[in-house]
Design a protein around this ligand. Sequence first.
Ligand code: PRP
Ligand code: ZN
Length: 257
Amino acid sequence: KQANGTIKIAIQKIGRLSEGSLELLKNMGLQFETYKDRLFTSCRNLPIDILFLRDDDIPEYVQDGVADLGIVGSNVLDERETSIQRLLPLDFGYCSLNIAVLEQSMLLSVNDLKGKRIATSYPIALARYLTEKKIKAEIVLLRGSVEIAPALKVADAICDLVSTGSTLRTNRLKVIEKVSRSQAILIGQNDPPEQKKQLIERLLLRARGVQEARKYKYVMFNLPKDALEKITKLVPGCKSPTVIPLNDPRFVAIHSV
Ligand code: PRP
Ligand code: ZN
């Protein structure tokens, strides 16, 4: 391992993206151990360190060069002016930024929010949305635990990410408006250090490979030879299926993507 060529990948420590991020890195062939509250781990088979951080901090870490790559929700990127590169949408971590109110609230739509207080960690996306809808409301900026703001009467509504919906349910909140959508995305520096470029390219290629592979299945089965024509129409494969003769001449094996 060359000390200065080590690639650092930042992923979310605890939250919506943690599991999907770890799964992606493992599927990319990175071998590492991690458990509980670890702050980082080193890969066994490649000069790569994985850093576990708060998702909202990841864009800054990548911009400052503390991390070379990061996995964040696209919503986090929409909130800042960081000059980083969006390398690859990752097709997991889908969620949406929603405006929600307490279940018993009389506020039913965005129009009811005029002059109200809305708590959020996503002030830019919310402000953009309110301007678009021509609604003047007060934005209360909270760094975390936004979901308890209405119960504490800190705000009349919240604007927060909803993924499974269980945070809302637990806090007796209901969605009244959808502001934007988000999914996990791989980010990197605009101009990565020369000695790291090759490995970064390789990792990007592998990440793309993992995503491609998720779209395909390799099927193998045996069937009577006279059904071959029908089956070939059902499983045409990329070009054409592989047909292998069996010991019993009445049967063949088919392999197809
Ligand atoms: C978001 C949001 C909620 C949770 C919603 O947090 O703030 O807490 O996800 O998910 P659910 O609908 O599945 O309950 P995030 O993962 O961004 O973590 P953070 O609040 O620590 O930034
Ligand atoms: Zn977050």
